[in-house]
Design a binder for this molecule. Structure first.
Ligand code: FES
Length: 116
């Protein structure tokens, strides 16, 4: 049993500690905004924030995330503190992302850069 905080909600996860965090997020928690693309750290479709750092959830094991804070694209909701600063960027005011992969990665990567 692993403890995770995802988008501000505490979870106890009963799964293989070697399970990629991507599948925990999608299949166990039902947060399907995080996508599977390449499975090899190349595309960034699976990007999440783990304690504020952008990581590829396709290669991050559940055991590595245990006890830490995860933010997914769902956590960057319009009313959250995480997304509010992005509203100032023209890109996010006019963009109509046709690709969820690009939209999710762009939001998470930009938010990470703001935190530096
Ligand atoms: S799925 Fe492509 S980097 Fe994780």
């Amino acid at each position: 049993m692993e403890h995770l905080k995802v988008n501000g909600i505490e979870y106890e996860i009963n799964a293989d500690p070697n399970m990629p965090l991507l599948w925990v997020i999608r299949d166990i928690l039902g947060l399907t905004g995080t996508k599977f693309g390449c499975g090899a750290t190349q595309c960034g479709a699976c990007t999440i924030h783990l304690n504020g750092e952008a990581v590829r959830s396709c290669i991050t094991k559940l055991s590595r995330a245990a006890g830490q804070e995860v933010v997914t694209i769902e956590g960057l909701s319009i009313n959250s503190d995480h997304l509010a600063p992005l509203k100032n960027y023209k890109m996010f005011q006019v963009a109509n992302f046709h690709c969820y992969f690009v939209g999710d990665l762009s939001c998470l990567a930009t938010r990470r850069l703001q935190n530096r």
